[in-house]
Ligand binder design. Structure first.
Ligand code: GDP
Length: 208
Protein backbone atom coordinates (compact mmCIF):
# COMPACT_ATOMS: atom_id res chain seq x y z
CA UNK A 1 0.00 0.00 0.00
CA UNK A 2 1.40 3.44 -0.87
CA UNK A 3 2.01 6.15 1.74
CA UNK A 4 -0.66 8.27 0.01
CA UNK A 5 -3.30 5.70 0.78
CA UNK A 6 -2.21 5.31 4.41
CA UNK A 7 -2.25 9.07 5.02
CA UNK A 8 -5.79 9.72 3.85
CA UNK A 9 -7.66 11.53 6.62
CA UNK A 10 -11.38 12.15 6.24
CA UNK A 11 -12.23 15.81 5.74
CA UNK A 12 -14.69 17.75 7.88
CA UNK A 13 -17.16 17.64 5.00
CA UNK A 14 -16.82 13.87 4.63
CA UNK A 15 -17.44 13.35 8.35
CA UNK A 16 -20.29 15.76 8.93
CA UNK A 17 -22.06 15.28 5.59
CA UNK A 18 -21.65 11.50 5.57
CA UNK A 19 -23.97 8.93 7.13
CA UNK A 20 -25.41 9.58 10.57
CA UNK A 21 -27.85 7.05 11.99
CA UNK A 22 -29.78 6.84 15.21
CA UNK A 23 -28.62 3.64 16.91
CA UNK A 24 -30.41 3.54 20.24
CA UNK A 25 -31.82 5.37 23.21
CA UNK A 26 -31.05 4.04 26.69
CA UNK A 27 -32.76 4.74 29.98
CA UNK A 28 -30.56 2.47 32.07
CA UNK A 29 -26.98 1.35 31.85
CA UNK A 30 -27.63 -2.32 31.11
CA UNK A 31 -28.84 -1.16 27.71
CA UNK A 32 -25.59 0.68 26.97
CA UNK A 33 -23.88 -0.75 23.91
CA UNK A 34 -20.22 -1.61 24.34
CA UNK A 35 -18.27 0.29 21.76
CA UNK A 36 -14.71 1.21 20.98
CA UNK A 37 -15.77 4.17 18.88
CA UNK A 38 -14.88 7.62 20.19
CA UNK A 39 -17.93 9.25 21.77
CA UNK A 40 -18.74 12.96 21.78
CA UNK A 41 -21.58 13.94 24.11
CA UNK A 42 -23.84 16.99 24.37
CA UNK A 43 -25.41 18.01 27.67
CA UNK A 44 -27.35 20.98 28.97
CA UNK A 45 -30.52 22.22 30.64
CA UNK A 46 -33.83 21.50 28.92
CA UNK A 47 -34.50 24.10 26.25
CA UNK A 48 -30.85 25.23 26.09
CA UNK A 49 -30.86 24.68 22.31
CA UNK A 50 -29.13 21.27 22.34
CA UNK A 51 -31.22 19.60 19.62
CA UNK A 52 -30.92 22.66 17.39
CA UNK A 53 -27.15 22.70 17.85
CA UNK A 54 -26.77 18.96 17.15
CA UNK A 55 -28.85 19.39 13.98
CA UNK A 56 -26.80 22.41 12.91
CA UNK A 57 -23.52 20.56 13.49
CA UNK A 58 -24.71 17.59 11.45
CA UNK A 59 -26.35 19.78 8.78
CA UNK A 60 -29.61 17.83 9.01
CA UNK A 61 -32.40 17.07 11.44
CA UNK A 62 -31.35 14.14 13.62
CA UNK A 63 -32.46 15.40 17.07
CA UNK A 64 -36.00 16.52 17.82
CA UNK A 65 -36.35 20.22 18.54
CA UNK A 66 -38.87 20.07 21.34
CA UNK A 67 -41.56 22.45 22.43
CA UNK A 68 -42.08 20.52 25.65
CA UNK A 69 -39.03 20.89 27.88
CA UNK A 70 -37.93 17.92 29.97
CA UNK A 71 -39.43 15.23 27.77
CA UNK A 72 -36.37 13.30 26.64
CA UNK A 73 -34.97 11.36 29.56
CA UNK A 74 -32.73 8.95 27.73
CA UNK A 75 -29.23 8.90 26.30
CA UNK A 76 -29.54 8.89 22.51
CA UNK A 77 -26.70 7.41 20.46
CA UNK A 78 -26.07 8.34 16.83
CA UNK A 79 -23.44 6.62 14.73
CA UNK A 80 -21.61 9.15 12.59
CA UNK A 81 -20.23 6.88 9.85
CA UNK A 82 -17.13 5.01 10.93
CA UNK A 83 -15.85 8.12 12.72
CA UNK A 84 -17.55 8.58 16.09
CA UNK A 85 -20.73 8.22 18.10
CA UNK A 86 -22.64 11.35 18.97
CA UNK A 87 -24.43 11.14 22.30
CA UNK A 88 -27.42 13.35 23.02
CA UNK A 89 -27.74 13.43 26.81
CA UNK A 90 -31.12 14.08 28.45
CA UNK A 91 -31.82 17.74 29.25
CA UNK A 92 -31.71 18.53 32.97
CA UNK A 93 -32.98 21.26 35.27
CA UNK A 94 -36.61 21.15 34.27
CA UNK A 95 -38.57 22.16 37.37
CA UNK A 96 -41.61 19.98 36.73
CA UNK A 97 -39.64 16.71 36.76
CA UNK A 98 -40.44 14.45 39.75
CA UNK A 99 -37.79 13.65 42.38
CA UNK A 100 -37.81 9.99 41.35
CA UNK A 101 -37.16 10.87 37.72
CA UNK A 102 -34.38 13.26 38.71
CA UNK A 103 -32.77 10.52 40.82
CA UNK A 104 -32.83 8.02 37.99
CA UNK A 105 -31.50 10.68 35.60
CA UNK A 106 -28.64 11.50 38.00
CA UNK A 107 -27.64 7.88 38.32
CA UNK A 108 -27.84 7.26 34.54
CA UNK A 109 -25.62 10.26 33.84
CA UNK A 110 -23.15 9.56 36.62
CA UNK A 111 -22.73 5.96 35.58
CA UNK A 112 -22.42 6.88 31.93
CA UNK A 113 -19.71 9.45 32.70
CA UNK A 114 -17.59 7.14 34.85
CA UNK A 115 -18.11 4.00 32.79
CA UNK A 116 -17.18 5.24 29.33
CA UNK A 117 -13.44 5.36 28.65
CA UNK A 118 -14.11 6.12 24.96
CA UNK A 119 -15.99 9.32 25.87
CA UNK A 120 -13.69 12.04 24.51
CA UNK A 121 -15.51 15.18 25.55
CA UNK A 122 -18.81 16.49 26.85
CA UNK A 123 -19.96 19.72 25.28
CA UNK A 124 -21.80 21.40 28.12
CA UNK A 125 -24.31 23.88 26.72
CA UNK A 126 -25.20 27.01 28.66
CA UNK A 127 -27.87 29.44 27.48
CA UNK A 128 -26.03 32.71 26.84
CA UNK A 129 -29.18 34.65 27.79
CA UNK A 130 -29.21 33.20 31.33
CA UNK A 131 -25.65 32.18 32.26
CA UNK A 132 -24.92 29.44 34.81
CA UNK A 133 -27.79 28.02 36.86
CA UNK A 134 -27.52 25.77 39.93
CA UNK A 135 -28.28 22.70 37.85
CA UNK A 136 -25.37 23.58 35.52
CA UNK A 137 -23.05 23.84 38.52
CA UNK A 138 -24.29 20.41 39.67
CA UNK A 139 -23.53 18.98 36.23
CA UNK A 140 -20.06 20.55 36.28
CA UNK A 141 -19.43 18.95 39.67
CA UNK A 142 -20.43 15.58 38.24
CA UNK A 143 -18.09 16.05 35.28
CA UNK A 144 -15.20 17.07 37.52
CA UNK A 145 -15.77 14.09 39.81
CA UNK A 146 -15.76 11.68 36.91
CA UNK A 147 -12.72 13.44 35.36
CA UNK A 148 -14.36 13.67 31.94
CA UNK A 149 -13.04 16.52 29.80
CA UNK A 150 -15.71 19.10 29.03
CA UNK A 151 -16.08 22.28 27.07
CA UNK A 152 -18.63 24.98 27.65
CA UNK A 153 -20.67 26.18 24.70
CA UNK A 154 -22.76 29.35 25.02
CA UNK A 155 -25.90 28.80 22.95
CA UNK A 156 -28.26 31.35 21.34
CA UNK A 157 -25.46 33.91 21.15
CA UNK A 158 -27.54 35.80 18.55
CA UNK A 159 -29.91 36.96 21.32
CA UNK A 160 -27.99 38.90 24.00
CA UNK A 161 -26.37 42.28 23.40
CA UNK A 162 -22.62 41.99 22.75
CA UNK A 163 -21.83 43.49 26.18
CA UNK A 164 -24.14 41.01 27.96
CA UNK A 165 -22.68 38.09 26.03
CA UNK A 166 -19.21 39.25 27.06
CA UNK A 167 -20.16 39.33 30.76
CA UNK A 168 -21.80 35.89 30.62
CA UNK A 169 -18.66 34.53 28.95
CA UNK A 170 -16.52 36.08 31.68
CA UNK A 171 -18.83 34.76 34.43
CA UNK A 172 -18.62 31.24 33.02
CA UNK A 173 -14.86 31.35 32.48
CA UNK A 174 -14.34 32.54 36.03
CA UNK A 175 -16.49 29.69 37.33
CA UNK A 176 -14.57 27.01 35.39
CA UNK A 177 -11.17 28.34 36.39
CA UNK A 178 -11.09 26.02 39.38
CA UNK A 179 -12.59 23.07 37.54
CA UNK A 180 -9.75 20.83 36.41
CA UNK A 181 -11.70 18.92 33.74
CA UNK A 182 -13.01 22.02 31.99
CA UNK A 183 -11.45 23.62 28.92
CA UNK A 184 -10.68 27.19 30.07
CA UNK A 185 -12.63 29.18 27.49
CA UNK A 186 -16.33 29.17 26.64
CA UNK A 187 -17.37 29.11 22.98
CA UNK A 188 -20.35 31.26 21.88
CA UNK A 189 -22.45 29.68 19.12
CA UNK A 190 -25.72 30.32 17.31
CA UNK A 191 -27.50 27.49 15.53
CA UNK A 192 -29.83 30.02 13.94
CA UNK A 193 -27.02 32.10 12.49
CA UNK A 194 -24.71 29.10 12.01
CA UNK A 195 -22.01 30.73 14.12
CA UNK A 196 -19.34 28.71 15.90
CA UNK A 197 -20.17 25.50 14.04
CA UNK A 198 -16.79 25.39 12.28
CA UNK A 199 -15.07 25.61 15.66
CA UNK A 200 -17.08 22.65 16.95
CA UNK A 201 -16.29 20.65 13.79
CA UNK A 202 -12.58 21.36 14.30
CA UNK A 203 -12.70 20.41 17.98
CA UNK A 204 -14.42 17.09 17.19
CA UNK A 205 -11.95 16.39 14.37
CA UNK A 206 -9.12 16.86 16.84
CA UNK A 207 -10.60 14.28 19.20
CA UNK A 208 -11.55 11.38 16.94
P1 GDP B 1 -33.25 21.52 23.67
O1 GDP B 1 -34.47 21.34 24.53
O2 GDP B 1 -32.05 21.87 24.48
O3 GDP B 1 -32.99 20.39 22.71
O4 GDP B 1 -33.49 22.84 22.81
P2 GDP B 1 -34.10 23.05 21.34
O5 GDP B 1 -33.07 22.85 20.30
O6 GDP B 1 -35.36 22.24 21.25
O7 GDP B 1 -34.42 24.61 21.37
C1 GDP B 1 -35.15 25.21 22.42
C2 GDP B 1 -35.67 26.57 21.94
O8 GDP B 1 -34.58 27.44 21.69
C3 GDP B 1 -36.46 26.47 20.63
O9 GDP B 1 -37.53 27.37 20.70
C4 GDP B 1 -35.43 26.90 19.59
O10 GDP B 1 -36.05 27.47 18.44
C5 GDP B 1 -34.60 27.93 20.35
N1 GDP B 1 -33.22 28.02 19.82
C6 GDP B 1 -32.42 26.98 19.51
N2 GDP B 1 -31.24 27.41 18.99
C7 GDP B 1 -31.29 28.76 18.97
C8 GDP B 1 -30.37 29.79 18.53
O11 GDP B 1 -29.27 29.55 18.02
N3 GDP B 1 -30.78 31.07 18.73
C9 GDP B 1 -31.98 31.40 19.27
N4 GDP B 1 -32.27 32.68 19.41
N5 GDP B 1 -32.87 30.46 19.69
C10 GDP B 1 -32.55 29.15 19.53
Amino acid sequence: MSDDVLNIQPTIRQIFSGPCDFRLGVVNLEQLPSSHMPEIAFAGRSNVGKSSLINAIMGRKIANVSHTPGRTQQLNFFEVGPHFWLVDMPGYGYAKVSKTLKKSWDSLIKNYLVGRPNLRVVFLLIDSRHGLKDSDLEMMKMLDKSAVAYRIILTKSDEPKASDLKSVKEQVELAIKKNPAAFPSALPVSSWEKKGLDDIHEIIMGLI
